[in-house]
Design a protein around this ligand. Structure first.
Ligand code: GAL
Length: 415
């Protein structure tokens, strides 16, 4: 009895979490939306690590890119008193959940995190002065993926401006290649739209989507953003309605389409299909965004179990594992991201990840490091959802850009 109590205390303090009878009994239920090929492989690394430590992993995966369905499932679980041990929550939503009084602090697992995280990300993991979330990795959202053979066949070069992009798209079309693979959920529309906003400069992006500055939101430049999105849509195929992001990625992997706008979780799909960066496909910053970086940091929060206000040994072990250098490397190698923990070696990573890392350092220094709106990093749910509705309405109708801009300014006021 005494031994069990000591082991439990040590583990709760995040000090010693080897396999023991205490932990063997603990089952950790984990809610996430990582169900595509690359995503499953990445979260599988965590499952294996936790299983090796003696915990039972109860997978609560809710399919649907960017997590809209997962968030609905989570609310239902928490309301009915069945909160999972951990759930994939990020950005301002972390604070929202903390303010509901349902999370547990994980400070004892996070003793060395402050010095190992970029300050802007360390801040996001906190609520009321305590760590309540554990970060996985950094995804860059503003990527354009290009099938190398399609690019060569069309005789195009990697575009760095919109005119260059449209020239490549036209060449692909002329060569009988579908220029753009696009999926059909609102978050995918918003991902493309925020890319085009970013192409106006990180300053413009910040004013528009972080500060929600009315002048910027209603500017002629913003009308131009919608015009560019409309023009890009001219290169989509007819079958995008309801298409998942990874199926659009598969079109580029198989050469059925030339290009896709998508965050670097798409790289997890290329890796899973044994495709090599540089020779099979090209990753390039979205035209006009070379110096900017829309970041998307996935994290888990930890829910009170059986009304206990402190974390269980399993929750602390999970948080510690997520931030361990070994896991950070393995997870990102499969996920397409880069480690969020500072100082993890990039030696095993491909050229796209190395570029992501180098561009991140430059963007942080130059002020080009900005939170992704489409991936829940820039605004609370209400405003982000209202903006998303405006963009999706525009992209699925013949609405003109000026009308969309007027609706955008209104949506930004949603609280
Ligand atoms: C993002 C998430 C990524 C990725 C993507 C598609 O919001 O941060 O980890 O999985 O959705 O599901």
């Amino acid at each position: 009895m005494k031994f069990r109590a000591i082991m439990g205390a040590l583990c709760a303090a995040g000090l010693m979490c080897g396999v023991s009878a205490v932990q063997a009994a603990e089952s950790i239920e984990v809610l996430h939306w990582w169900t595509s090929g690359g995503e499953s492989k990445a979260v599988g690394v965590l499952k294996d690590d936790m299983t090796k430590q003696g915990y039972t992993w109860k997978d609560f995966a809710v399919a649907g890119g960017a997590g809209a369905a997962a968030m609905t499932a989570l609310k239902t679980q928490v309301i009915s008193g069945n909160a999972p041990s951990a759930a994939q929550i990020k950005g301002p939503l972390i604070q929202d959940w903390a303010s509901q009084g349902v999370l547990v602090p994980i400070d004892s697992a996070a003793a060395d995190w402050k010095k190992n995280l970029p300050p802007e990300i360390d801040k996001i993991m906190h609520a009321d002065g305590h760590y309540v979330a554990a970060p996985f990795s950094v995804h860059r959202v503003n990527w354009l993926y290009i099938n190398k053979a399609a690019l060569d066949k069309a005789g195009g070069k990697v575009p760095t401006t919109w005119p260059e992009f449209f020239a490549v798209a036209d060449k692909m079309k002329a060569a009988g290649i579908q220029p753009i693979a696009m999926g059909g959920q609102p978050w995918q529309d918003l991902t493309l739209w925020e890319d085009v906003v970013l192409s106006q400069g990180a300053g413009f992006y910040k004013k528009a989507l972080v500060d929600l500055d009315e002048k910027t939101l209603t500017s002629d430049q913003m009308v131009g953003v919608f015009d560019t999105v409309r023009k890009i849509q001219g290169y989509f195929d007819a079958g995008r309605t309801g298409r998942d992001w990874n199926l659009a990625t598969a079109m580029v992997i198989n050469g059925k389409a030339g290009m896709q706008f998508m965050g670097d979780w798409a790289k997890g799909e290329f890796a899973n299909a044994n495709k090599k960066a540089g020779s099979d496909y090209v990753c390039a910053a979205v035209p006009g965004t070379e110096k900017s970086y829309t970041f998307n940091v996935d994290s888990f929060v930890f829910f009170q179990q059986k009304g206990e206000k402190t974390a269980t040994p399993g929750q602390l072990a999970l948080a510690k594992t997520i931030m361990s250098p070994e896991f950070q490397e393995q997870f990102s190698l499969n996920k397409g991201s880069i480690p969020v923990r500072l100082g993890v070696s990039m030696a095993k990573f491909d050229d796209c990840a190395k570029k992501s890392y180098a561009d991140e350092q430059v963007a942080i220094k130059s002020g080009g490091y900005v939170p992704s709106l489409a991936h829940g990093m820039a605004q609370p749910d209400a405003a982000a959802g209202a903006i998303s509705d405006v963009v999706t309405k525009f992209m699925n109708s013949q609405q003109d850009s000026k009308t969309a801009v007027a609706a955008l300014a209104k949506a930004a006021k949603t609280k």
